[in-house]
Design a protein around this ligand. Structure first.
Ligand code: SAM
Length: 214
């Protein structure tokens, strides 16, 4: 399914009406065709504001939630960003228009392979896709200006908090996987961490170790 000008307008209108108002974020989302990240039957619904199934029993998140999380992350053009949970690659593609460099980690090999293919096809050369357990972060590339976790953790993972620069921001859904979770923004300060509770969300869980296919 291709993105007609009418569909694009509806898509952006739905984002704005749900509170995505940051013009840099809207412009990055306008440049990123969600239809490319959803395969098969569900591609028909790629421009609706709903999560959709992707391979390996995972989901591509609802566009308005992607927009609100990206907005909450306050990404700046020189930032080095870590995403945990590549999934379809949609969130990483949006971040690639906002940041200097994006590292994105996924525990399922098939999802990494497919997302890497899309990044190459779209010429998004500032994204590095990595197969791994993202709950340990990426010690070799740390510290990061921004970290976004797109799977629900029981608590903000301590290892990831330690990989934030001072002044850095992490956005993470927190709570049990089968209930409504809270989207939390953590800011690293000189003396510790500040926490903001942003809204209720529902994400698949952050799971330890690699997927069975990996
Ligand atoms: N950001 C994705 C997108 O734009 O399509 C959606 C992410 S989906 C809601 C959550 C993803 O997190 C799944 O693909 C899942 O396999 C991955 N995941 C869960 N636990 C993980 C872990 N410990 N390390 C890396 N990825 C993980």
């Amino acid at each position: 399914m291709t993105l007609s000008p009418e569909l694009k307008m509806q898509f952006l209108y739905a984002l704005r009406s749900k509170g995505v108002t940051d013009t840099r974020v809207l412009s990055a989302m306008e440049k990123t065709d969600r239809g490319l990240f959803v395969k098969g039957l569900f591609s028909e619904r790629a421009y609706e504001d709903m999560p959709l199934p992707i391979a390996c029993g995972q989901t591509i998140s609802q566009p308005s939630v992607v927009g609100l999380m990206t907005q909450a992350l306050k990404v700046r053009p020189r930032d080095k960003v870590l995403e945990v949970g590549t999934g379809s690659g949609y969130q990483a593609a949006i971040l690639s228009h906002l940041a200097r460099r994006v590292y994105t980690v996924e525990r399922h090999k098939r999802l990494v392979r497919e997302a890497a293919g899309l990044f190459q096809h779209l010429d998004l050369v500032n994204i590095t896709p990595i197969l791994g357990d993202g709950s340990h972060g990426l010690p070799d590339q740390a510290p990061f200006d921004r970290i976004i976790v797109t799977a629900a953790a029981e608590d903000p993972p301590g290892t990831l908090l330690q990989q934030l620069k001072p002044g850095g921001i992490m956005v993470v859904p927190v709570g049990q996987s089968d209930t409504v979770q809270s989207l939390i923004r953590v800011t690293r300060t000189e003396n510790g961490y500040d926490y903001d509770d942003l809204r209720s969300v529902r994400f698949v869980p952050l799971v330890e170790g690699l997927g069975k296919d990996s």
